[in-house]
Design a protein around this ligand. Structure first.
Ligand code: HEC
Length: 142
């Protein structure tokens, strides 16, 4: 009885290891290409700068995609998953200018003369997202 249980446990462990190995290979294969592209884009600030200055049609889609990722990871706790609509806590923020995004997201302030949609100061500044502003801007201004 004991041996049988031990055996079945060993088999289970072996089976799980197999599953892990195979699923590991699979995800690596699937993500290899996009991961490499993302890495080269992210690892080089020079490339990023060029991307921003020459931000025209071809890069718009890629930037918006990154922006969507950042938006879903950092903003939808309060803003709507559809940025044209008000969220649970925050207002609609589609069409936000780059200046507004930079100031509100990194410092919690607004551009001079800008009339904020809300007078509250509930949103915490997220200064670590500074480098992601151009992407958020691309996503919010399709
Ligand atoms: C904790 C909730 C919360 C999170 C997370 C959050 N916001 Fe906000 N946001 C708000 C609230 C609430 C307001 C309204 C002003 C205030 O109270 O600060 C706001 C206002 C804004 C405004 C100004 C809108 C206007 O025109 O007046 C922008 C732009 C904005 N958020 C962008 C973002 C972005 C981009 C992210 C993600 C990187 C984000 N917010 C994450 C709650 C949040």
């Amino acid at each position: 009885m004991f041996t049988l249980r031990l055996l079945s446990q060993a088999f289970l462990a072996f089976f799980l290891a197999l599953v892990l190995v195979f699923s590991g290979c699979e995800t690596q294969d699937k993500t290899r290409e996009p991961a490499t592209t993302a890495q080269t884009q992210e690892s080089s600030p020079a490339t990023q700068a060029t991307e921003q200055t020459t931000a025209t049609q071809p890069d718009q889609a890629g930037s918006a995609k990154k922006g969507k990722f950042l938006y879903f990871a950092n903003c939808i706790a309060c803003h709507n998953t559809d940025p044209t609509k008000a969220g649970s806590v925050g207002p609609a923020i589609s069409d936000s200018s780059k200046e507004l995004l930079t100031l509100k997201v990194t410092q919690g302030t607004y551009p001079a003369g800008y009339q904020p949609k809300r007078t509250t100061k509930l949103m915490p500044p997220l200064p670590n997202l500074k480098a992601g502003i151009p992407f958020l801007h691309a996503f919010l201004n399709p």
